[in-house]
Design a protein around this ligand. Structure first.
Ligand code: PLP
Length: 445
């Protein structure tokens, strides 16, 4: 059977492999709108849009048509040595138009991890070119997620992505996670918490030396670490401190970008302007693998000068700007615009967040949180003290299995149950998703 072949031959990413050998895979056979169907025909609401990414849903024929046509016309060409092709040029132009003002240049990779690895290298390259070889450290946050390759995985602030992989492997300092519920202290207000985080940032810069710190990277809202909206005033403060110390600000918008938070980009929700931005996932609704790095013009200019000095900018991937992936991205962004899917996320924010917040009364829910069309409920052993379960992740696993029975797929991040449905979801479908979540939580008690 398919399940037996999977158990015999696949090493699944991000999986407890021994448990997988026991339980076998959930084989998804097809998709339709916000739904997917397993190989036995059972229907699920895909409450996480795959991996936070299938914005236009699972049956957008226009993307299949564009990919097919592009494959017939020019299935592959590269972008090395001044070569180009229309889809990647048009997408770079489109992204420069869509993203906030200072971002003018696009560099393409196939994944968010490669993009963040590339950003580290670009920033190092830039600072070497500027004669500041010491300015190389990155600041990141505990529970931030930036991917799993050597540099990106180092920026990630989750123990499971570091332990026994010998990460971090680049100079990175992880700052306190900006999640008030878990990292706020007894009696501290949210404003005090923000002030403490900003004081920490200033203290780290002072002790390490601003001349050694190149950049701070962060997701506007930490997503894969548990859907953690930042405290009020956090990003404005971080931006102010970075500017004062000549530290670049990198917004990792791999999940927050393209309308997820109810604004086109997450940085706009929280009122800051990055020097560099990482984009992926909803850029193609994950129909094709693609990521983009957006750079401000001054950064580009330094890199360009150095490429002339050294002969070339010696970095790039076989699939950088892949024509099928970039053609699909252009069509996907056109669909999002035509159907006003960013607006849909903003319009449904109220009903989606109210649905989530209604679970806060449940005896095992410590916090129900989120913004736009993304959210999570955090399960705890004891509500008043916020005490987590002794065996972290067990309750999440049980909830996930019940969710499947109820026809709902969400992501259990430890004991945090994350929701991030396709951006095409309707109000009625949000109601149905919440009803399935409600039944799942009821059965958990
Ligand atoms: N950055 C963020 C914010 C992400 O959420 C992810 C993936 O979830 C990545 C980077 C890494 O992307 P990829 O899995 O495509 O390497």
């Amino acid at each position: 059977s398919l399940a037996a072949a999977d158990i015999a031959h696949t090493l699944h990413p991000n999986t407890n492999l021994r448990l997988h050998e026991k339980n076998g895979p959930l084989v998804i056979a097809r998709g339709d709108g916000i739904h997917v169907y397993d190989d036995r025909g059972k229907e699920y609401i895909e409450g996480l849009a795959g991996l936070w990414s299938v914005g236009v849903g699972f049956s957008e024929k226009r993307l299949a048509d564009v990919a097919y046509k592009q494959m017939l016309k020019l299935p592959y060409y590269h972008t090395f040595s001044s070569k180009g092709h229309e889809p990647s040029i048009r997408l770079a132009e489109k992204l420069a138009e869509m993203t906030p003002e200072p971002l003018t240049r696009a560099f393409f990779t196939s994944s968010g991890s490669e993009a963040n690895d590339t950003i580290v290298k670009m920033v190092w390259y830039m600072n070497n070119a500027l004669g500041r070889p010491k300015k190389k450290k990155f600041l990141s946050r505990i529970k931030g997620y930036h991917g799993i390759t050597i540099a990106a995985g180092s920026l990630t602030g989750l123990p499971v992505n570091h332990k026994d992989f010998d990460l971090p492997a680049i100079p990175v300092h992880h700052l306190t996670c900006p999640h008030f519920y878990r990292f706020g202290t007894e009696g501290e207000s949210e404003a005090d918490f923000t002030a403490r985080l900003l004081a920490e940032l200033e203290a780290v810069i002072l002790s390490e030396g601003a001349d050694t710190i190149a950049a701070l990277i962060g997701e506007p809202l930490i997503a894969a670490g548990g859907v953690l909206p930042p405290p009020v005033g956090y990003w404005e403060g971080v931006e102010r401190i970075c500017r004062a110390n000549d530290i670049l600000l990198v917004a990792d918008e791999v999940i927050c970008g393209f309308g997820r938070l109810g604004t086109p980009f997450g940085c706009q929700k929280y009122g800051f302007t990055p020097d560099i931005m990482t984009l992926s996932k909803q850029i193609t609704s994950s129909y094709m693998p693609l990521a983009a790095i957006m750079l401000s013009e001054p950064i580009y200019q330094v890199i360009a000068d150095n490429s002339e000095k050294l002969g070339i900018f010696g970095h790039g991937f076989t699939a950088s700007g892949h024509p099928v992936a970039t053609a699909v991205a252009l069509e996907n962004l056109a669909i999002m615009e035509e159907r006003d899917l960013f607006g849909n996320a903003a319009r449904l924010e109220g009903v989606f967040q109210a649905g989530l917040r209604s679970f806060a009364d449940h005896p095992l829910v410590g916090e129900a949180r989120g913004t736009g069309l993304i959210g999570a409920v955090e399960l705890v052993a004891d509500k008043p003290t916020r005490r987590p379960f002794a065996k972290v992740g067990r309750a999440g696993q049980i909830a996930s299995a019940i969710g499947h029975e109820e026809g709902l797929i969400f992501r259990a991040i430890g004991d945090q149950l994350a929701l991030c449905p396709p951006m095409i979801i309707t109000e009625d479908e949000v109601g149905e998703l919440m009803a399935r979540m409600d039944r799942t939580l009821e059965r958990l008690t």
